[in-house]
Design a protein around this ligand. Sequence first.
Ligand code: HEM
Length: 429
Amino acid sequence: MSTAASSTLEQPPQQAPQSVAEFLCQFPRVDTFAEIDEILRSTDFHQGSHFESRPVYGGSLVVIDGREHRQRRRTLMAMFSHNALKRNERDSLLPAIARVLEALKAARGQDGRVRTDLVPMLRGFLIGVSASVTGVDGADEPSRRARLQALVAKLEAASGVEWSTRNHAEVLEEGIVARRELIRDFLQPAQDRRRALVRRLKAGELQKSDLPIDLLSVLAQDGEDGSDGEDAYVWRECALFLVAGTQTTSHALPHVLWHLDQWWAAHPEDRARANDIEFLRAAAIESLRLHQPVPALLRIATKDVTLKCNGRSFRKGERIALFFSAANRDVSLFGQDVEQFNPHRPFSRKPPPWGLTFGAGVHTCIGRALVTGLSRSYDDTDPTLGTIVGVLNALYKAGAELDPAISPRRNTDSHHDAFASMPIVFSKL
Ligand code: HEM
């Protein structure tokens, strides 16, 4: 059942390039929407990202391809069914948001206002969301959560080592040690509990609906037992979900606040829509179009290929870099004002309103609906808020705005398009 790190991946480079530009310029550059979309949907290209981070991510869903990927993805889709998303929102997301805001009240200043830094606040909150999606038990307990967060931060740095401005070997080693401790203190006990539940399910003592819907539970029902030790794919999958669930959303959400702050300054008539769910969703999606989770995705041609959209050719084995930022600003697809944030941008299904930010084709983000929610226009007649809108709605109800006294600060320890700090102040908390 278990598969250790995929043996089809190339060896990581011995000497890491010094900058992201130096790293990416080794590869042919692709930055039009039509080319990227065709490449991501083509079976003639395989995953080419995460080579250097293979010791941490190798063997997980995002780096495997073909039949193995199809089967694993089908198994994991159970976590993102309509019912699972509804249950997650009701039982996990909304209570967690309420707890965070309640806890913030303890930090009231002398002027009676509550202030916080959105970035670390979000990180603390999202680690709980990721823990619940992954199936890590007891992450509500503050000291356990702090330790989990510290370990996931190391894993996160290692999983994105390609984009790190630090010493790459050091970052990877820290990630491997963190994963070892994560397995011992969090994942193994959580998996043991789920395997016991599966045994009771099989013995007819429990119904399927009694089991949690999370990664470890879904994999336990699929027969995964972690018997390959530290290298078992179940732990690599947990690493992927813990990082993907925390990092991407904590990078994405502050951008929305930043854009809305500027939008409301220029369009005061829209400020009244701060708690209009569909307005917030449109704002989140528009911000996602403008800001991508990684500087580029990489793919490898599995044979000599000529693209149908423009006749451009790639040789077998060639690794290419896909730049979403330019593709998501294609005037012919998104309109003349593509560089601007516009929450009133006319809705489109094709291309999706977030452009290529969640990828496309077989590796399209499996967690997308968790983040954007299920929307009436795009997904389902019975919508969900999703993490970004759920948090934004709660923040604006509590009167959150950027703190005029302290400016936000950009991220400097990696090339991710993200904020390191965004001080906010609440007027109704
Ligand atoms: C703002 C939020 C997010 C963004 C922008 C984002 C973006 C992406 C992108 C671009 C990919 C495709 C990678 C590739 O093709 O190489 C991807 C894949 C993936 N994402 Fe997300 N993601 C987000 C949130 C999440 C969350 C919350 C989860 C989990 C709870 C998640 C789990 C995954 C997984 C497991 C894959 C691999 C899917 C596969 O290979 O089949 N993501 N994501």
